[in-house]
Structure formats: structure tokens, C-alpha cells
Design a protein around this ligand. Sequence first.
Ligand code: GLN
Length: 393
Amino acid sequence: MTMTNQTADRFKPFGTTIFAEMSRLAAGHNAVNLSQGFPDFDGPAFVKQAAIDAINQGHNQYARSPGEPVLVEQLATRFETRTGIGVDPLAQITVTSGCTEAIAATLLGIINPGDEVILFEPYYDSYRACIAMAQGTPRFVSMKPTAGRFTFDIDDLKAACTNRTKAILVNTPHNPTGTMFTREELTQIADLCKQHNTIAISDEVYEDLIFDRQHISIASLPGMSGRTITLSSLGKSFSLTGWKVGWAIASPELTNAIRSSHQFLTYATATPFQHAAAVALSEGDEYIGKLKSRYSTARDMLAGELDALGFGVIIPEGTYFILAEHSAISSKLGVDNDIDLALKLTADFGVTTIPPSVFCETKDLCANYLRFAFCKEEATLVEAIRRLQKLND
Ligand code: GLN
């Protein structure tokens, strides 16, 4: 039998995720990879040692499905310190294989066919694929550059809310724009959640990578703790993206929904890494402080250099990404969109970025931008800039 395309229809629109695609392309061209967001330096020694110790101590069988007690207790403490909300660690926290599984478990756990989920575009690509897996319907609210940062118009958000709206998916700090929602913006979203009896799903994986603003969890706003699912992970804060330890924090009722799918997706997450994650969270403040200042320096350096090259840089308030407007560069190179420019910069200049239009339903919303990751060694960033200087030859 000849095998034609065997991919299920629901995945066909999504192809291969842009992160795998661009990292593969970068490797093929020996390009400096500023596309997929992962550090090119290692995580902290004390956390790595804690994982080795956990393995040697025999923490090697299945973990408790919703998460090892030692980790969920740390997470409850951390969440209360950050948001003021006390949670029952055993009934309200679910440890997942990275935040990516937390997103999938959440959406599969709460959505019925036809339920609508509001996404702010540009949106992280797995949100949309998971809504499709759950047979939900995405609705889009555009974030546009306004006074130097990307944000939404409240009237657009109001217009997107219907009686089918099951959830509004918030991501702050926001990938790829670097926007951190203000208290005022989050209050507008929260008011609509309450008015429409809707759940807020809040992806906060970049919560520690912040520069100018205070990070605010929408769960901490009045009337929101019972209707918010807060998602985060270890990877970005501890430069250990390959460990894939994430979590979801929510009311017991919402947690039951998340666990109904989590138990069949992965059942549990790697046991020794959960033990090491508990150590990271209890002893990690100093590391996170240093990482923040390292990223702040890298952000300023890359932003300044991209600006000098002729990009229109949006200075990120958080995350380790810079979105940069490229029309001056692309017109010089004779291309007219982000995908063609990203391919050309990889092939001809040896620098790989992410074309953010792949995160948009409204295709021209981000077609004039490229996303640069700055979670890299200084030497890596310097080499990328050196290569891009050929633009001005
Ligand atoms: N979150 C990372 C990024 O935006 C990628 C994660 C992944 O590759 N799945 O680059």
C-alpha cells in the first residue's frame, strides 16, 4: 500500500513548528541561531547537582501523577509569595512536562467542541494547535504597536467575547512582542472574564525575565483566583529548557479538569528533575537575580546594535526576545516579508531569526518584523552582529 500523507486533518494546517524548522535551517547553514528561544549556556551547577543526587538517591520511578509533594509544596509557597494567594499544594497544582504540556492539558481538559478561546495575536504557536486538538474555535485579538509597545484595543477584545467564550488566553510577559501587561490592561481582561463567566488561562513562563515593569499575575486581581489557570515553568528562569518541568495552578475544580487530560497525556513528569526543580525554586533567587541582569545587558546591547543596523527595535519589557521592524533592511535586500527575509538572512548572512507572521491570523500584522532571541552568550550576539554588518557594506 502506498502511504499518502497520514497526518490527521486537524494537524495539517500547522505543518512543522517554526522553532524546529528555523533551528534545523540554522544548523544546515552554520548560521548563528537567534531563532528558537533557548540559552546557549548551561544552567546552574547546584540545580544540576540536585538532579544527579536525586537519581543517585533512587528517585527514579513514576512520580505522583500531579507532581512530587516536595515540588508542589515549593510551588505553593512561591505562588503565595508572588501573588498573595494561598493554594492547597496537593489539590491545586499539577506538574507537567514543560509549560507546553500544561497548555495542552488545560485546553484539552476544559474545552468542549465549539467552545471559543480568545488568543492575542501574535500568539505562541502551540496555543492554536491545542485548541484544534480540543475541537475548540480560536478567536483573535490583534496586538499592535502603540507608543513603542505592542498592545490590544479593549474594544476589539470586547467584540471577540461571545456566549461561547470559554477562556481568554493571556501570555505575560508576551512572546514574541516582549510586552508585559499592565495592571490596567489585566483589569480590563479580568472584567470581561467576570462579565462573561470566562476562564483566564495565563501563561507566565517569562515571569522572571523582566526588565522595567513589575510582573502581575491576573490570578491576583480581585475575583480572579477562582477562575484563573496560571501556567509557568522552570526552563526560562533557570536556563534549563530541556528539563521540561512546568506546572498549572488553579482552583480544585479547574485542576480536576486539567488532571483529567494530564493523566493520559504523560501521566507524570520525570521524577529526578522534579526533585531538582524543588531545590532550584527554594535556593534560586540569587541565580535569577544574576540572570536578569545578564539578560538586561544582552537586551540593551542587541537592541542598540540592531538599531544601528537600521532595524526599528521594540524594546521588550520582558522575555528574552526582541521584535524588530525590518522594512529598511528588507527593501534594501529586495524582499517584502518576514519569512523571505528570515530565509535570506540565514542563507546569505548566516544569522537565523523567527518570522513572527507565523504567529498571526492577520498575516500582515507582523510581516514587517523579525524576532531575535538574546538568551545567548555575549560572543554569540557579537558574532551575529558582525555578520549582519554586511548589510551596510
Ligand atoms: N518558547 C520557545 C520560543 O519561543 C520555543 C519552544 C519550543 O521550541 N517548543 O522560541
